[in-house]
Design a binder for this molecule. Structure first.
Ligand SMILES: [Zn+2]
Length: 274
């Protein structure tokens, strides 16, 4: 998937990040400064009117496929709910050089952060991997901390990906339609670590959303920030049903396998889950 001309302008892109941040906050998945958002823009955009101050910035991973591209990303300690009201103060624009190894960070005079998000390595590595594999010219990545998905990952049985999907995908017909590959599960790993970065890249090849156990989720979309946040909402809504059923003593039926299979057939969903 690639976006085509006429491409969205910088203000439109900043608005979409702001709206994504508000929606993550609306489902209680971005308490305090939790969560972060980035977008990869593969067409030329002029960022200097909003972000006039340049400085060199180190890239945590080589990004040969992102040479000449721009990544707009939230700053460390910034609140997702504030991205819409003052995007330039809370975001930076990273222009990656032609060598894919060095970059310039462009920021606004009223910038409110020292460093980029602590999960910058995971954002950048997923952008690089996706562009290398698909050639997309747009990619949105959102990290959030939805409570029900995260709670379930604290229950040992749910850290088995097959078990997690069998339990969580059974509550609403649209869950399998919207998340045909299901939800990927990673064990607990240190936030911001190289281990998390590598495992997250690998899991987001086959999935559009992955749970970081005992922490949160990362979701991606090659269409829009909205689609990436949608995936978090669908997964969190499904996890909320599962949590409700656990609390209620497991009295609900959920969709049976036959019912889920009927949905898959009716909507032509390509999935291996049912
Ligand atoms: Zn986090």
């Amino acid at each position: 998937m690639t976006l085509s001309d006429p491409f969205p302008g910088l203000d439109e892109l900043l608005e979409s990040i702001g709206e994504g941040g508000r929606r993550v906050a609306t489902i209680d998945a971005g308490e305090g400064a939790a969560g972060n958002i980035s977008i990869l823009v593969g067409w030329p955009i002029e960022v200097r009117r909003r972000f006039p101050n340049p400085e060199p910035v180190a890239l945590p991973v080589p990004t040969p496929h992102l040479a000449g591209h721009t990544v707009i990303v939230s700053g460390s300690g910034r609140r997702l709910r504030d991205l819409g009201t003052s995007p330039a103060a809370n975001l930076g624009a990273v222009r990656i050089a032609g060598d894919g190894l060095t970059a310039t960070l462009w920021t606004a005079p009223n910038r409110l952060f020292e460093r980029l998000t602590s999960e910058w390595n995971s954002h950048l590595a997923v952008h690089e991997d996706t562009v290398a594999r698909s050639g997309t010219n747009f990619h949105a990545v959102v990290h959030a901390q939805p409570p029900h998905l995260t709670y379930l990952s604290h229950v040992p049985a749910y850290r088995d990906e097959a078990v997690f999907n069998e339990r969580v995908m059974r509550w609403e017909p649209e869950t399998i339609v919207q998340l045909p590959a299901g939800i990927g599960i990673l064990p607990f790993m240190l936030p911001g670590s190289d281990d998390l970065m590598a495992a997250n890249v690998e899991r987001l090849r086959s999935h559009r959303i992955v749970v970081w156990s005992k922490h949160g989720v990362m979701a991606r979309s090659d269409i829009s920030v909205t689609r990436a946040v949608d995936r978090i909402e669908y997964a969190e809504a499904a996890a909320r049903f599962e949590y409700m059923d656990l609390v209620a003593g497991g009295r609900a039926e959920g969709l049976t396998r036959d019912e889920s299979r009927a949905v898959v057939e009716a909507f032509g969903v390509k999935t291996t889950l049912f």
